[in-house]
Design a protein around this ligand. Structure first.
Ligand code: AMP
Length: 179
C-alpha cells in the first residue's frame, strides 16, 4: 500500500480523543511510507492528520476544488496540492490516486465520501478497502446500521466485506491490508 485517502471532519469534534487519533494516524502512515491523500484543507481533523504526517517526515497530497481553496484554507505546507474544478472531480481524483480509504470521525462530507467509495465497490468501479476508525465508539451506530442493511438484503455481503473497522489504528491498517 503506497497511499491512503483520509476522510475526516473539517471540524475537530467535541472530544479530544478525535484529535489525538488524527495525530496517531498521520504519524503511523508517515512511519510506514504510506502517502496521505486528503481534501487539502487546514481545518479540523483534516489539517491535524496532514500536519502530523508532514511533521513525521511523511508525504501528503491534498486535492481541493477551486471554490474551497479559501473556504477550507488550502494547506500550503504539504508535499503537493492538486486544485481541481469541482467536488466530484476531487472525489474522483482521490479515488484514482489512493490504494484505500480510511475514515476518521467526521460529519456529512465525511459520510458522503465513505459511502460513495463503498457504493463504487458495489458497482465494481474499484476494489480498494474502506477502513473506519471507530475512535471512542464514534461509528458504533453507523456500523450497526450497515450490518442491519446487509442482513436486510440491501447491501451485498461481498460488498460489506470491504468496510472494515477497528478502534486501534494499527489493527485497522492490518485489516485493510488483508481484505
Ligand atoms: P465534514 O465531514 O462535513 O466536516 O466534511 C469533510 C470534508 O468533506 C470537507 O473537506 C468537505 O469539503 C468535504 N465535503 C463536504 N460535502 C461534501 C460532498 N457533498 N461531497 C464530497 N465532499 C464533501
Amino acid at each position: 500500500m503506497k497511499s491512503l485517502a483520509i476522510f475526516c471532519g473539517s471540524s475537530s469534534g467535541t472530544n479530544g480523543a478525535y484529535n489525538e487519533s488524527a495525530v496517531v494516524i498521520g504519524k503511523m502512515l508517515a512511519e510506514r511510507n504510506i502517502a496521505v491523500v486528503y481534501g487539502g484543507g487546514s481545518f479540523g481533523l483534516m489539517g491535524v492528520v496532514a500536519s502530523s504526517a508532514m511533521d513525521n517526515g511523511g508525504k501528503v497530497i491534498g486535492v481541493i476544488p477551486t471554490i474551497l481553496v479559501k473556504k477550507e484554507a488550502a494547506k500550503k505546507d504539504i508535499t503537493e496540492l492538486i486544485v481541481v474544478d469541482s467536488m466530484q472531480e476531487r472525489k474522483a481524483k482521490i479515488m484514482e490516486i489512493s490504494d484505500g480509504f480510511l475514515t476518521l470521525p467526521g460529519g456529512l462530507g465525511t459520510m458522503d465520501e465513505l459511502f460513495e467509495m463503498m457504493a463504487f465497490v458495489n458497482l465494481g468501479v474499484h476494489n480498494k478497502p474502506c477502513g473506519v476508525l471507530n475512535t471512542n465508539g464514534f461509528y458504533d451506530h453507523l456500523i450497526r446500521f450497515v450490518d442491519h442493511a446487509t442482513e436486510s438484503g440491501f447491501i451485498r455481503h461481498q460488498t460489506r466485506k470491504y468496510m472494515v473497522h477497528d478502534e486501534d489504528p494499527v489493527q485497522l491498517l492490518k485489516k485493510m491490508m488483508t481484505i
